[in-house]
Design a protein around this ligand. Structure first.
Ligand code: NZQ
Ligand code: ZN
Length: 391
């Protein structure tokens, strides 16, 4: 039996008004000069950025701003951030925004601490050995980056656009301020996409080979049911505190390791690899890309262990029919206007596009992905073909 490792060092402040504690806590953490990192405008429009910066100033904390993080965050802006941190003797990075802003902040932290080319950490050439401490005021429930060990960055400087993740415990942020009210302004589409991503972080962990702790399976079912109940409520009524709070906490615990605790490994993760190829090349929303792929992946791998699908179906939908289980998830995705194929995602893939994407996932046939079923380039090609409606 393998040994479980569960490490969640992030100090979480959760609830209405949690963001108001930011400066006070950062002061206690020893911050004297902060890089305030944000996206393309939502935190300016909502007034959150002004409030956070005033709070920092009131606590005698200096700050430098770096905005402009786009969804699927780019390494070029990360490099700017690293320069700013070095030039200004920044000792804390504060990400105010969604997962993209936070992932960019984590990358800046690694690069400013480690020197050299920050992309090395993302393409596996070097291991992260430390970071400038990072905190976040989260504005979107989705990625779980606020408690995960992960950061995902897109390289926009090469001829082919690459999106790569870097997993390290240095990526676990020092403190996360989680105020569900800050997500009231998230659009219906981003709410649905984020909710899908939350579900997928649990589903990716649920599907694996090896020992599965029954209690963790049951926690997974509860989380999935809660998200499927709260997402439509938040879409229907964007300022529904309970629904937003459920989604926010589900996002954090879906990706902090709890949903694989006691299992013999971290899960499958093939759908994430297959999706990242799409959001790298076509800039689609990550959660929507996952919804477009998942059903095809599930049908392709179903025969590996139908009983795992049956247990999931029983726990979430009250059916032990494996095929019906897949259909129920797809029906849910469609009910919140998420795509369940590539066309719905706005991508018109032909056979050549499926082949190119599959080779991209396996780094030109240099690796396999997946754990529930190990997938090679041909398998991934078949999954893209199914998602494209060509098989
Ligand atoms: O740029 P702004 O103006 O802030 O607008 C953002 C963006 O357009 C907007 N938004 C955020 N909070 C808002 C808001 N709009 C209104 N009100 C608010 N309160 O939403 C849009 C999407 O934001 P983004 O941060 O890109 O979304 P998300 O949190 O889903 O992050 C997606 C990125 O995270 C990566 C994905 O691959 C993708 O690059 N992931 C990171 C993970 C991790 N670090 O653990 C795990 C995930 O599997 C995922 O791969
Ligand atoms: Zn994800």
């Amino acid at each position: 039996m393998s040994i479980m490792e569960y490490f969640t060092p992030t100090h979480v402040y959760f609830g209405a008004g949690a963001a108001e504690k930011t400066a006070e806590v950062l002061k206690k953490e020893g911050a004297s000069k902060v890089l305030v990192h944000f996206g393309t405008g939502s935190v300016k429009r909502s007034g959150l950025l002004d409030r956070v910066e005033k709070d920092l100033a009131d606590h005698g904390i200096e700050f430098v701003e770096l905005g402009g993080v786009v969804p699927n965050p780019r390494v070029s802006l990360v490099r700017k951030g690293i320069e700013l941190v070095k030039e200004n003797d920044i000792d804390f990075i504060l990400a105010v925004g969604g997962g993209s802003v936070l992932d960019s902040a984590k990358a800046i932290g690694y690069g400013a601490f480690g020197g050299g080319d920050v992309w090395d950490f993302y393409c596996g050439k070097r291991k992260v050995e430390g970071t400038v401490p990072v905190a976040t005021v989260l504005t979107l429930s989705a990625t779980g980056s606020e408690m995960s060990d992960s950061s995902v960055i897109t390289n926009d400087e090469t001829e082919i656009t690459y999106k790569r993740g870097c997993n390290t415990d240095f990526g676990r942020v020092r403190c996360a301020f989680l105020d569900p009210e800050l997500t009231y302004t998230v659009s219906a589409y981003q709410t649905a996409s984020g909710s899908t991503d939350i579900m997928m972080h649990t589903l990716e962990r649920y599907f694996h080979q090896g020992y599965a702790l029954d209690m963790t399976d049951k926690l997974s079912f509860a989380l999935l049911k809660e998200v499927m109940e709260s997402a439509p409520e938040a879409i229907e009524k964007p300022d529904d505190y309970d629904a937003r709070a459920n989604l926010m906490w589900a996002g954090s615990i879906s990706h902090n390791g709890l949903m694989a605790a006691g299992n013999s490994n971290r899960g499958d993760w093939a759908c994430h690899q297959i999706e990242h190829e799409l959001s790298a090349e076509f800039d689609v929303a990550h959660g929507a890309g996952l919804a477009a792929i998942w059903g095809s992946w599930a049908r392709y791998v179903l025969d590996t262990d139908p009983s795992r699908f049956a247990k999931l179906g029983q726990g979430v939908f009250g059916t032990d029919d494996p095929v019906r289980t897949i259909e129920c998830f797809e029906e849910f995705f469609r009910s919140i206007n998420m795509p369940t194929d590539l066309k719905g995602l706005g991508l018109d893939f032909d056979e050549a596009a499926c082949r190119k994407a599959a080779l991209g996932v396996t780094f030109q046939d240099a690796r396999t992905i997946g754990n529930f079923k190990v997938l090679n380039t041909e398998d991934i090609f078949n999954i893209y073909m199914m998602a494209a409606g060509l098989k």
